[in-house]
Design a protein around this ligand. Structure first.
Ligand code: ZN
Length: 371
C-alpha cells in the first residue's frame, strides 16, 4: 500500500470514529454522482487521485455499468432488501429499475417503529399495483407487545410475503439503534412466537443485527436452533462483517440465508473486505446468498447500489451461480409460501370453480391483483 493511501485511510477511519459509530457512512464512497453511470470508469485518474487505489476493485476499471447491463441485463435480478416504501419513494424509482433491468423488488419502508405501519401500507399499495414486480414485507409491530402476534398473522394472511426489516438488535447503527420497537437481541420479546408464525406461513424474516458479533449473534444462534422451520435472512450480512463469521453460521444452520448488500462491499470504503473475499463462501453455499441494495444506504445513490449488484455478478463469473444469487435463491423461498385461507376465499369469490388447493402465495397475488 503506497504511503499516501494509508494516510488517507487513517484520516478516514479517524473521522468515522469521531462521527459516532461504525454505521456513520454518509457519503464516504468515491462516487460523487451517478447521473452518468459510465463516468466513474472513464475518469480513472480522477478517482485514483482522490481515493486509495486499493479500494477500487479491478473490475471497475474494465467495464462500465452500461457494459455490465449489456452483459447481464437479461439475467433475472431481484433486490432482496429495499426501503423504498418510505415516503413512497418507489413511485419515482420505476425508470431507474427499468433502465437497470431490475425484475423484482422486496419492498418495505421504515424499520420497527410506529411510522412503519404507514410504510407497510405503502408497500402493499405498490404490490397491488404491480404484483409481478413488488414483493411486500412489513415491520410495523411492537415486538414487545402481544398485539404484535395478531398484526403478524393478519398481515401474512392478507398476503404480505415476509417480515422485514426487523431490528432484532442494534447498538451501533445511527438509525436503527434509535427505533422505538427494536429488540435487544434476536430472542427478545415476542420474537420467538413471531418466528413460529413465520414458520406456519413459511414466510421469511429479514433481520437487522448489529454489531454482527458477540452476544447478539449467540442469541441469533439460539433462535436458529430453536426455530429450525423458520427462514431467517440476515440483513446486509456482509456489512461490517467478515466472511469467517458468515461461514460459521452457514456451516451450523440450514435455516439462515445471507442478504448480500453489494454496494457496501463494492463501493463503501468502510468495507474491510472485497468482493473476492466472499466468493469462496458463495461457491461453498451457492443456495444461501441473495443480492440487495438496501436502497443505497451510505452510498452516493440507489443507482450505485444496483450497479454494485452487477459488479458482484461479474466477479462471480459462473453463470449458474450468478443466476442463483441474483434471483433464484430468494425466488425459491417465495415460491414455497402457500396461499393463505384469506387469499383463497377472495379468489373463490371471483371464480368459484377454481382449484385453489395447491395455490402459492405468488400465484394468489397474481390472480387477485395481476393486471
Ligand atoms: Zn435496510
Amino acid at each position: 500500500m503506497p504511503k499516501k493511501s494509508s494516510s488517507i485511510l487513517v484520516v478516514v477511519s479517524v473521522c468515522v470514529c469521531i462521527g459516532g459509530g461504525i454505521w456513520s457512512l454518509s457519503s464516504l464512497n468515491f462516487r460523487e454522482s451517478t447521473s452518468n453511470p459510465t463516468e466513474v470508469v472513464t475518469s480513472q485518474a480522477a478517482t485514483t487521485a482522490a481515493t486509495p487505489v486499493e479500494t477500487i476493485p479491478p473490475t471497475l476499471a474494465k467495464k462500465s455499468f452500461n457494459d455490465l447491463l449489456q452483459q447481464y441485463g437479461s439475467i433475472p435480478l431481484s433486490d432482496a432488501h429495499n426501503h423504498d416504501a418510505s415516503d413512497s419513494k418507489y413511485i419515482s424509482m420505476q425508470n431507474m429499475w427499468k433502465r437497470d433491468a431490475m425484475d423484482r423488488v422486496i419492498l418495505f419502508g421504515d424499520v420497527s417503529e410506529l411510522s412503519a405501519i404507514r410504510t407497510d401500507a405503502y408497500a402493499w399499495d405498490a404490490y397491488i399495483e404491480r404484483s409481478d414486480f413488488f414483493v411486500p414485507y412489513f415491520s410495523g409491530f411492537d415486538l414487545h407487545d402481544p398485539s404484535s402476534l395478531e398484526i403478524v398473522r393478519n398481515n401474512l394472511e392478507q398476503g404480505y410475503f415476509g417480515l422485514g426489516e426487523i431490528a432484532a438488535a442494534s447498538y451501533n447503527s445511527p438509525v436503527v439503534s434509535k427505533v422505538q420497537w427494536k429488540a435487544k437481541d434476536p430472542m427478545d420479546g415476542f420474537l420467538p412466537k413471531i418466528y413460529e408464525l413465520c414458520a406456519e406461513y413459511q414466510a421469511p424474516i429479514l433481520i437487522h443485527i448489529d454489531p454482527p458479533n458477540g452476544f447478539v449473534i449467540d442469541k441469533l444462534e439460539e433462535a436458529l436452533a430453536a426455530h429450525p422451520k423458520t427462514t431467517f435472512i440476515f440483513g446486509h450480512a456482509n456489512a461490517y462483517n467478515s466472511p469467517e463469521n458468515i461461514k460459521q453460521l452457514l456451516e451450523k444452520y440450514d435455516n439462515i440465508y445471507m442478504d448480500f448488500f453489494a454496494g457496501f462491499t463494492v463501493f463503501n470504503l468502510e468495507s474491510s473486505n472485497r468482493i473476492e473475499d466472499f466468493l469462496p463462501l458463495m461457491k461453498q453455499f451457492p443456495d444461501k446468498f441473495m443480492l440487495s441494495t438496501d436502497s443505497g444506504f451510505g452510498l452516493a445513490s440507489e443507482d450505485a447500489a444496483i450497479e454494485a449488484m452487477y459488479r458482484v455478478m461479474d466477479a462471480i463469473g459462473d453463470p449458474a451461480l450468478i443466476k442463483k444469487v441474483a434471483y433464484d435463491n430468494l425466488d425459491a423461498i417465495l415460491r414455497n409460501e402457500p396461499a393463505t385461507k384469506t387469499q383463497k376465499e377472495a379468489i373463490l369469490k371471483k371464480d368459484a370453480g377454481r382449484d385453489v388447493t395447491k395455490l402459492t402465495k405468488l400465484e394468489a397475488g397474481k390472480l387477485l391483483w395481476g393486471k
